[in-house]
Design a protein. Structure first.
Length: 213
């Protein structure tokens, strides 16, 4: 059985009602309530990540996690709940998180002191943040500049909480090459050089091991 097949079986078992006509439908393409298997297909979390995060002391931060379908599945794969922290600006994250630790804050504003992490993920939440903040901006160039500045600000704060050798990944946002180029330039100007992999609806950033974050 492949890792993706394993995830699909687990999501059917754990979230059958939501998958099959319940009150909160999980979708591949809408409502922002994406299936865990969607995030695995994009590469947001891999089998190798699960192996790493299952070790004592390793930590995962999921920003914009509500309703936490993906994250609630992880303990079934061997990731201890104490290795996971969920964050969202919606206070309902505390309910959806269940027994997994959670914190409420807006990623677009100043982040609280929450420690450091080996993996930081944004499951579609960057896309939502950029869309919400730039609704009033219609000019393409102005919108790209606004999105890039906001995205760079969010990523800088994530970098400050990323452990050496850590990886930051996001689904959903920043598909326009102009935004990516501006963000990369801004991070370099802030002395945060990184290896940046971008493809449509996916972003992965790995700081150099020796980088001072």
């Amino acid at each position: 059985m492949t890792f993706l097949e394993q995830i699909r079986q687990l999501e059917e078992r754990l979230f059958g009602e939501e998958l099959n006509g319940g009150k909160r439908i999980m979708s591949e393409r809408s409502f922002w309530h994406f299936r865990p298997s969607h995030h695995v297909k994009t590469g947001l979390l891999t089998a190798e990540d699960i192996t790493l995060l299952s070790k004592p002391g390793k930590r995962l931060l999921s920003v914009g996690a509500h309703p936490a379908f993906l994250e609630r599945l992880l303990p079934e794969l061997g990731v201890p709940k104490e290795n996971i922290l969920l964050a969202d600006k919606d206070p309902a994250i505390g309910v959806s998180a269940g027994s997994i630790a959670s914190v409420v804050f807006d990623a677009c504003e100043t982040w609280p002191d929450i420690g450091t992490f080996d993996r930081i993920i944004f499951p579609e939440s960057l896309c939502i943040a950029l869309s919400d903040q730039s609704k009033s901006t219609e000019n393409r160039n102005e919108k790209d500049a606004f999105d890039a500045a906001l995205l760079a600000s969010i990523l800088r704060q994530a970098f400050e909480r990323l452990r050496p050798g850590g990886i930051l990944r996001a689904n959903g946002p920043m598909s326009h090459p102009n935004v990516i180029r501006m963000v990369e330039k801004e991070l370099q100007q802030q002395h945060l050089p990184a290896s940046l992999e971008s493809r449509r609806f996916f972003l992965s950033i790995t700081p150099p091991p020796a980088a001072k974050l």
